[in-house]
Design a protein around this ligand. Structure first.
Ligand SMILES: NC(=O)c1ccc[n+]([C@@H]2O[C@H](COP(=O)([O-])OP(=O)(O)OC[C@H]3O[C@@H](n4cnc5c(N)ncnc54)[C@H](O)[C@@H]3O)[C@@H](O)[C@H]2O)c1
Ligand SMILES: [Zn+2]
Ligand SMILES: [Zn+2]
Length: 369
């Protein structure tokens, strides 16, 4: 079938929106008509070669839409159902079986190999040459996506499908890191480095807990005002040369904080986030730094019962995290729609640029039929 897609031709090059061909769904697969797909910082990281997804191909991993066709053997879904495309998982490895599909032992190939497990791709140019597909199991910078049925999260017919895609990555990652991984106790302090889509989602989630001090750190004053609106009790502006966010955190908390989250993807911030928590504190690392980046920590202070944990995708199962965030949004308790600005698919390059410049927090590409 002929569809439109934003082709990632080569690294550091703008996407090329063109018509391409997509396969019909095979066994266990579903063809989804994308209504809208979020743009995540991770798409920019892949475009710039810091994630090994091979061009030419199609990126995009926050898709949501409507089931257009079912492959053989798919049950529990019907044409016309609204779905969010969650992260792929194998379902049979140790971590999947233990209820941690975000840490599926097949995650690397499932999200980055550029096709199905058997090496085939789902996308071709009109001249028949192959394009890599299945970025995060979906390649949703396109009007249609072919995915494994197991990665789909069905949602209610009246769910606002045009804003649900980002719950599967950026928004769910920040919120899930707080609600699934850190679980702040009553009266605790939480410091969020980076008030982008991920960090602001962490701030909104912290507001849903008993944490009484919620600190957002960023270099963009507009994002810090938004953080205050969404639940930050304090903000730290690091735009000035020589800013000392760790000292500022200590001053606000009267000592180190209980929890911190690194949501910038800037490698030097990792040390600040780890140094912001003290004895028995926990720092969650979320940001995706350039490939091969490393960091060093003060050895002695990490012995003090301090935990430094990496988190992917907000942990937990897509179906429970996404379903809960939809309910919280409906109740007005998780107003993540305030982060979203919509663009047409043809403006994918402008959408990435607006996010990079800090003008837009969460760009979402809306498909027109
Ligand atoms: N672990 C995961 O599963 C996962 C999932 C989604 C995204 N990510 C990663 O999370 C990171 C954040 O994603 P996003 O979409 O929110 O990106 P974003 O670009 O919208 O936000 C990053 C924020 O960090 C701020 N920042 C930059 N330098 C800073 C500094 N020195 N101190 C404080 N703040 C600083 C920026 O101003 C910006 O507001 C990215 O690296 C992305 O790749 C990880
Ligand atoms: Zn698995
Ligand atoms: Zn993402």
């Amino acid at each position: 079938m002929r569809i439109s897609a934003a082709i990632f031709e080569k690294t550091f090059t703008p996407f090329n929106v063109a018509d391409v061909e997509i396969d019909s769904p095979g066994p266990g697969e579903v063809l989804v008509r994308i209504v809208a797909t979020g743009v995540c910082h991770t798409d920019a990281i892949a475009r710039d070669g810091d994630m090994p997804f091979p061009p030419p191909g199609v990126l995009g991993h926050e898709g949501a839409g409507v089931v257009a066709a079912l492959g053989p053997g798919v049950s529990g879904l019907a044409e016309g159902d609204k779905v969010v495309i969650g992260w792929p998982w194998c379902g049979s490895c140790r971590n999947c079986l233990e209820g941690q599909p975000r840490y599926c032992l097949q995650l690397g190939p499932l999200v980055l190999a550029g096709g199905r497990g058997d090496g085939s791709t789902a996308l071709r140019r009109l001249d028949g040459s192959p394009l890599h597909s299945h970025f995060f199991g979906q390649s949703s910078f396109a009007t249609y996506s072919l995915c494994a049925a197991s990665s789909l999260v069905p949602v209610a017919p009246d769910a606002p499908i045009e804003i649900l895609g980002p719950l599967a990555c950026g928004i769910g990652t920040g919120a899930g890191a707080v609600l699934n991984a850190l679980r702040p106790h009553v009266g605790s302090s939480v410091v969020v480095y980076g008030a982008g889509a991920v960090g602001l989602s962490a701030v909104m989630a912290a507001r849903l807990t008993g944490a009484t001090t919620i600190i957002a750190v960023d270099r963009l004053p507009a994002r810090l005002s938004l953080a205050r609106e969404l639940g930050a009790t304090e903000t730290i502006d690091v735009s000035a040369a020589g800013a000392d966010p760790v000292g500022a955190v200590q001053e606000i908390c009267g000592g180190p904080a209980d929890f911190s989250l690194e949501c910038t993807g800037v490698i030097s911030v990792v040390r600040q986030a780890v140094d912001s928590v003290g004895m028995r504190g926990t720092c969650a690392l979320i940001g995706g730094a350039p490939a091969g980046a490393s960091f060093s920590l003060d050895h002695m202070s990490t012995l003090w019962g301090k935990r430094v944990i990496g988190t992917l995708g907000g942990e937990g199962r897509s179906i429970s995290l996404i379903g809960s965030l939809i309910a919280l949004h409906r109740q007005g308790r998780f107003p993540y729609d305030k982060l979203i600005t919509s663009f047409p698919l043809s403006s994918v390059n402008e959408a990435l640029e607006a996010s990079h410049a800090g003008d837009v927090v969460k760009p979402v590409l809306r498909m027109t039929e």
